[in-house]
Ligand binder design. Structure first.
Ligand code: NAD
Length: 469
């Protein structure tokens, strides 16, 4: 736990264990409810101090932070893999993306533009000159999930700091070590210490106190739909930004050659053992390609090595908890009982599940309807484009979707018709670069991330009008 840039020692501890073998990875102080007002008081002071610094100062701090993350990249990668079980290759890639996220945030601290307002265009505006500024909200509470503990925390607190806000980060309990390391890196980069606060602990214990505190002006949350909904109901009068779950889909049209993209689809479904908000969960394949596609995907799935995430050759690591392994397996079994075919995978060892291909599941099965968050790809057929659009859109979620086709007119119809925050043509829905506007429609979220867009969510417009005689 870090308050006012200082590490706090408490008797009550969060003990972090590896999801692969349950070994102890490390421990940190556990934040109690009484720590929330302390963090808020510190952030208030931090905001005042930050207000006296220039945009260039914030740019320099964040640039130094990017350098520190790069220097400590292997330490971060090993901690992430040990805490949450993604493979070491995936953890290294997360660290390099985090360096980019902070670099973009640094750049964006130079671009807090306002605009003039043509006041005298209104009948009563004669003699008035107006313009608006973009100003920081003050204190941002950033609540992050376990699956990208470094990059997704920085997608919140990087832009928050760039805009001139103090922050209180609440990392997922299972990835508390990474959370604390992020706070230390900020302080080492020369950030205003009081603006840097990290509350390591349980969301259900301290969450309400944090999100409903009146001095917290923005709650930016990435996590599950249900916790997101609870936060929006309980935060009170303030802005909330919600980056929630999904059951992402890919459409493989008749004109697409499945051989070319099947490796990418497997990557999209099995990376991080399917524990990515934009993991491919559903693949809708044109009926004429269906059998060929299922065979190719199953061959690809069988070629992946599942096991110890710290081994360089591992492709698929463990799920985060035993309960998640049980839940995913029971959803598969339910789908099979109602008529789906388990084509391959599903064997379990030490929280690791071998990659699963399920074919012909019912659209009402949980493997289709709910967010699965496991190494499972469901492949179903469609007749024509209208049918595919209906199948993809028939869900409460809408984060990103992919479409494979060589026909530009068809691609455009999908781009217009899909109810998602991002449409990827000839690419899997998992594709993301950290500067793009990213977020969901429907129950997948409210607001967008990507430093430039996150800054819009964490700033307000202040209008200034001069009456000049
Ligand atoms: P989660 O909802 O269980 O937890 C997320 C965070 O919320 C954690 O820090 C947790 O401690 C905290 N929390 C839990 N209860 C709280 C409460 N009552 N008040 C305040 N905070 C509380 O999610 P998770 O299991 O860590 O992550 C997986 C979920 O995150 C999936 O649904 C996934 O799709 C989603 N996700 C979305 C995106 C996106 O950008 N849209 C990215 C990554 C993950």
């Amino acid at each position: 736990m870090i308050i006012a840039g200082k590490k706090i020692d408490s008797k009550d501890r969060v003990v972090v264990r590896s999801p692969y073998d349950n070994s102890v990875v490390g421990e940190v102080s556990r934040a109690a409810q009484a720590d929330v007002p302390k963090a808020v008081e510190s952030a208030k002071e931090g905001f005042i101090k930050l207000s006296k610094l220039s945009a260039y100062d914030r740019y320099r701090t964040l640039t130094r932070l990017a350098g520190i993350l790069a220097q400590r990249s292997e330490r971060f990668a090993k901690t992430i893999t040990s805490e949450m079980g993604k493979t070491i290759k995936e953890a290294r890639s997360e660290v390099s993306r985090a360096v980019e996220t902070v670099t973009w945030s640094a750049e964006e601290s130079k671009r807090l533009y306002g605009s003039t307002v043509p006041m005298d265009a209104a009948p009563t505006g004669t003699g008035k000159t107006g313009f608006y500024l973009r100003v920081p909200v003050g204190i941002v509470a950033a609540i992050s999930p376990f699956n990208f503990p470094l990059n997704l925390s920085l997608h919140k607190i990087g832009p928050a700091y760039a805009a001139g806000n103090a922050f209180i980060l609440k990392p997922a309990e299972s990835t508390s070590l990474t959370g604390e390391m992020i706070g230390e890196a900020f302080v080492d980069a020369g950030a205003v210490p009081e603006a840097v606060n990290v509350l390591t602990g349980s969301g259900s214990e301290i969450g309400l106190h944090l999100i409903s505190h009146p001095n917290v002006r923005v709650v930016t949350f990435t996590g599950s739909r249900d916790v997101g909904e609870w936060i929006t109901k309980n935060a009170g009068l303030k802005k909330v930004v919600m980056e929630l779950g999904s059951n992402s889909a890919v459409v493989v049209c008749e004109d697409a050659g499945p051989e070319a993209m099947v490796k990418r689809v497997a990557l999209g479904g099995y990376a991080q053992a399917g524990q990515v908000c934009i993991s491919i969960q559903r693949v809708y394949v044109h009926e004429n390609l269906f059998d060929r596609f299922v065979k190719l995907l199953a061959d690809q799935a069988r070629s992946l090595k599942a096991g110890n995430p710290l081994e360089e050759s591992t492709d698929v690591g463990p799920l985060i908890t035993k309960n998640d392994v049980k839940r995913v397996r029971s959803w598969i079994d339910e789908a099979v009982a109602s008529g789906a075919t388990l084509v391959c995978g599903g064997e379990i060892d030490n929280n690791v599940m071998t990659p699963v291909v399920l074919a012909n599941a019912k659209e009402t099965d949980r493997v289709i309807k709910d967010e699965l968050f496991g190494p499972v790809i469901v492949v179903n057929k469609f007749r024509d484009d209208e049918h595919a659009l209906k199948l993809v859109n028939d869900t409460r979620y809408g984060l990103q979707a992919g479409v494979y086709t060589k026909d530009i007119n068809r691609a455009w119809r999908y781009a217009r018709g899909l109810e998602v925050g991002g449409v990827l043509i000839n690419e899997i829905p998992n594709f993301r670069v950290d500067l793009m506007p990213y977020g969901g429609m429907k129950e997948s979220g409210i607001g967008r991330e990507g430093p430039r867009f996150a800054i819009e969510e964490m700033t307000e417009i202040k209008l200034v009008v001069f009456h000049i005689n």
